[in-house]
Write a protein that binds this ligand. Sequence first.
Ligand code: SF4
Length: 216
Amino acid sequence: MDPLEVIRRMYPWQGPPVARDPLFGLIGIVLSQHTNDKNAWTAEMNLERLYGSAADLAKASVTDIANAIRQAGMQHEKAVIIRELASHELLDGLISRSLSMPWKKARDNLRAIKGVGTKTADVFCMIYLNAPVLPIDVHVKRVSQRLGLTKSRNYDEIQADLHKLVPEDKRKATHLSMIRFGREVCKAREPRCRECPLNSVCLWYLSTAKSQAGLP
Ligand code: SF4
């Protein structure tokens, strides 16, 4: 059984997201960190309504941006990054220009922006450049470790382990399916192991959860 194929079938990829302005697309990725989709979306819509361009955002204060995105949480930290992104876009169109770069160069350029981490850059490249990269978010990391697909805790090493298992043309679908599986089945607390179709091959379940539950 290929556990990742099972997960892809459980949560099939619905197709590409709506094409959007790359600056606001990247801002959306930043806003989605450490919150749910609904809160991130509400914050993003509010931000776009109040500050609809890189110039508007670069002129706004961090406090004003933070107030606009309050719903997404960690608003001060996210506001600092958003202003940084807007300033870069205004200065030299870095984010728009990245759409015509080889994805690894775009990834390096984005990671050089203060506050933009590898995962954020990877998600942007996956969505906007169709890069054959599988970003490692908290759900992907947890599911991979529990299933025994990686032994590492390091971002690059986990990604390398998954890249060995997932063909390039399935990485985007796998990333998105694993997030849904991690949210709905293999949750951080109280994973639904008894009803999980992968429990017969899951390292974590076989070694930990089963014994904790007193199951044979
Ligand atoms: S058996 Fe439990 S820990 Fe393993 S993948 Fe399924 S839900 Fe996650």
